[in-house]
Design a protein around this ligand. Structure first.
Ligand code: SF4
Length: 244
């Protein structure tokens, strides 16, 4: 099974008429996911999936990034790679040695323990660190496989599948969650764990990457947690939460 993101959203009219049903207390609202992507692409530029690093590298990087700034986790990942010659060496290192190497990013023992345990578990189950086999599974099967590793939840597993393997798994971070709720793509009572599956059900597979990265950008620049800039927002015409 392989997934390639090759949508032409933002360039031509898409033939896929995909609408999702939105609910609030007063009315049922229909919003086109395609239209959201087209508007955000026009605002921030087109986003196309490109292969990044190996699945194991994305996995370790994403564990490091949990509840930490990109800057800190990036520094920690660089230090980690510089400290160990291979994933095998990293798996064989002590928690203290791993912890010492990620100190530069302000990260400590909990993440070091997760990294060591995850690497050991992958080696035990696969006799190595190659995870490309996940691409042959469905998104749910592959995510379940990853979620059995220490320190890996829905978001981390989805990041590995989306960014490294190009599979249509939709990571829901704080920005995606907030913007999706304000657009009423998900109900305000839905918890973040459940939001992954609900949004994947709304977003056509070939748009998942764009949807993810564009909603993050929109959440950072416009639909901020405090004081969203509704007057400047390209989605204001279809957003039930806009503040006039
Ligand atoms: S109109 Fe306001 S609340 Fe709605 S998406 Fe735009 S910035 Fe967010």
């Amino acid at each position: 099974m392989s997934y390639i993101f090759s949508t032409k959203v933002g360039e031509t009219d898409c033939q896929l008429e995909f609408t999702c049903v939105l609910y609030n207390t007063c009315e049922m609202v229909r919003v086109s996911v395609e239209r959201i992507i087209r508007l955000l692409s026009g605002e921030y530029g087109k986003r196309r999936w490109r292969p990044r690093q190996s699945p194991i590298a994305v996995l370790i990087q994403t564990i490091l990034s949990q509840n930490t700034s990109d800057r800190n986790s990036g520094r920690a990942f660089e230090q980690l790679l510089a400290s160990f010659g291979s994933w095998e060496d990293m798996a064989n290192a002590s928690v203290g040695e791993i912890s010492h190497s990620i100190k530069a990013g302000g990260l400590g023992e909990v993440k070091a323990r997760y990294i060591k345990q995850a690497l050991e578990e992958i080696r035990r189950r696969r006799r190595g660190f190659e995870l490309d086999f996940l691409k042959q599974m469905s998104v749910d099967e592959a995510r379940d496989w990853l979620k059995q590793l220490p320190g890996v939840g829905m978001k981390t597993a989805s990041c590995v599948l989306l960014f490294s393997l190009g599979m249509p798994a939709l990571p829901v971070d704080t920005h995606v969650f907030r913007v999706a709720r304000r657009l009423r793509l998900i109900d305000s009572t839905v918890l973040v764990e459940k939001a992954h599956k609900l949004l994947e059900g709304l977003v056509p597979p070939q748009y998942v990457y764009q949807f993810h990265v564009l909603l993050i950008e929109h959440g950072r620049k416009t639909c901020k947690a405090q004081r969203p800039r509704c007057n400047e927002c390209v989605l204001r015409g279809l957003c039930p939460s806009r503040k006039v």
